[in-house]
Ligand binder design. Structure first.
Ligand code: MLC
Ligand code: AMP
Length: 450
């Protein structure tokens, strides 16, 4: 998997820069070798995945040792951290990037063994561990390199979190497989992207929308080769602003933690706003639509799929159809003439995408219900120009402010899972089964408390 670290492109003094610190391949390999020696033989290990060279060394060290790394969101509160550590059985390690050790030999890097365990939210309950095999990751990265003409001549720039597929698998392992230089900007700000001087840029739509709102920063990207957007739908106005300001039509791609990236536009190919391109090499898709409907649930198969949810065989089985296709839960349509896919929405109202983060409504509701003053809670995603969707919590509670509840969630789970708005109501509308009727909440069919 780590072609660049095997010497395929020689060494490079500026191979990897993260948040202003730079390492060569040799330095990274030495630091990762020290991690590999520490974790060898463990079932899994965890690292607080700050945007740092330490996180890169930890993940690479795990690959060298054949031990999967569990990256912990650095802003996770105690409840979320404890859940992930308990559920994965991983012990957290500290990384000293100044240490060096030789990499262990003999372990095939791109095997069927688990390489990463990434925690991601379902519609209900706490996050599940998604087990990703080395071969699935390597296959996906090669398919993306092919689709984007991504090579050792590129300098990849992004500033995405290092605990999800986008920033970690594509944004770090992708650079180490293709041999492209990596500049991680620490935070994905317009200024940082503008001054990084890259050829290939990754961002979630919120990042692209903030760049498009700063024309000077956007025009600094005109010298790039390719701009790629993913993790949520890129709004057509942002696409058009980027094209006007940078001269580039951004390529959109579609993926999931469980499937890795499966559908993408192609470098040099035609890209249309609102579409995510065609399946990558080896991926087959189908749309489970009612006859004549044309849109329905997107289902897929291929070599990039996950190995399962850690310790949850029933949840893994439920993610597939009877005939073995993975159910994405996304609603899609496919152009009959050119096979270009369009993601129309999500099947479940309880799966929220905010700033490119996937957030289950149930997890936030449970956190709110843990607050002693909260009697009922229903969480929805409301359209938002900056974040795509913003988390809005409807709560029945007395003697507590919205800001206190927001801070409560930010402290217990992750900062990015906090409600951006709390609306107090006298009751959550429910159906005869007692299930919250969230569509009514979104349509305003409820009593706001005075
Ligand atoms: C505010 N803050 C609080 C707070 N209110 N902290 C604690 N408690 C509160 N009540 C502060 C924090 O300290 C932090 O400060 C800051 O707010 C973080 O704010 P935010 O609102 O979370 O950041 P924001 O600017 O909204 O983030 C936008 C974003 C982010 C685009 C940078 O959403 C992001 O990084 N998204 C990427 C998600 C991603 O990678 N998804 C990929 C999933 S993989 P400070 O000091 O830290 O700033 C996938 C597969 C695929 O989907 O297809 O790719
Ligand atoms: P995650 O597991 O965090 O990777 O989130 C996966 C989800 O992100 C998918 O199921 C989609 O709902 C959404 N997603 C990813 N890429 C796109 C895209 N290009 N357009 C629309 N939705 C996307």
């Amino acid at each position: 998997m780590l072609t660049a670290l095997e010497g395929a492109y020689g060494d490079r003094a500026d191979a990897v820069t993260v948040a202003g610190r730079t390492a060569s391949y040799e330095e990274l390999l030495g630091a990762a070798g020290a991690v590999a020696a520490d974790v060898a033989g463990a079932p899994a290990f965890a690292v607080t995945a700050t945007a740092s060279l330490e996180t890169v060394a930890a993940v690479v060290g795990g690959l060298l040792a054949g031990v999967p790394c569990v990256p912990l969101p650095p802003d996770a509160g105690p409840a979320e951290r404890e859940h992930i550590l308990r559920d994965s059985g991983a012990a957290e390690i500290a990384v000293d990037f100044a240490r060096r050790a030789d990499a262990p030999s003999g372990k095939p890097a791109a095997s069927e063994d688990p390489a990463l365990i990434l925690y991601t939210s379902g519609t209900t309950g706490p996050p599940k561990g998604v087990v990703l095999g080395g071969a699935a990751i390597a296959t996906d990265l090669d398919a993306l390199a092919d689709a984007w003409q991504w090579s050792a001549d590129d300098t990849l720039v992004h500033g995405l979190p290092l605990f999800h597929v986008h920033g970690l698998v594509l944004g770090v392992l992708g650079a180490l497989r293709t041999g492209s230089r990596l500049v991680h900007t620490g935070r994905p700000t317009p200024d940082a992207y503008a001054s990084a001087g890259g050829s290939l840029y990754f961002g979630v739509p919120t990042v692209w929308s903030r760049i498009a709102a700063e024309p000077d920063a956007a025009s600094a990207l005109s010298g790039a080769r390719l701009l790629v957007s993913g993790s949520a739908a890129l709004p057509a106005p942002v696409f058009r602003d980027l094209e006007r300001l940078t001269g580039h039509r951004p390529v959109e791609r579609y993926g999931m933690t469980e499937t890795l990236i499966t559908i993408s536009g192609r470098a040099g190919g035609e890209v249309r706003p609102g579409t995510v391109g065609t399946p990558l090499t080896g991926i087959r898709t189908r749309v489970a639509a009612e006859p004549g409907a044309g849109i329905g649930e997107l289902q897929l198969t291929g070599p990039t799929l996950f190995s399962g949810y850690l310790g949850r065989p029933e949840a893994t089985a439920a993610a597939y159809t009877e005939d073995g296709w993975f159910r994405t839960g996304d609603i899609a349509a496919v152009d009959e003439t050119d096979g270009v896919h369009r993601i129309v929405g999500r099947a479940s109202i309880d799966m929220i995408k905010s700033g490119g983060y996937r957030i289950g409504a149930g997890e936030i509701e449970n956190a709110l219900l843990d607050h002693p003053k909260v009697r009922e809670a229903a969480v929805v995603g409301v359209p938002d120009a900056d974040l795509g969707q913003r988390i809005v919590a409807y709560v029945v509670a007395d003697g507590v402010t919205g800001a206190e509840l927001t801070d409560f969630v930010a402290a217990h789970l992750s900062v990015h899972k906090r409600p951006r708005e709390v609306r107090f109501v006298t009751a959550v509308p429910r159906n005869a089964m007692g299930k919250p009727q969230k569509k009514l909440l979104l349509e305003g069919g409820h009593d706001e408390r005075a």
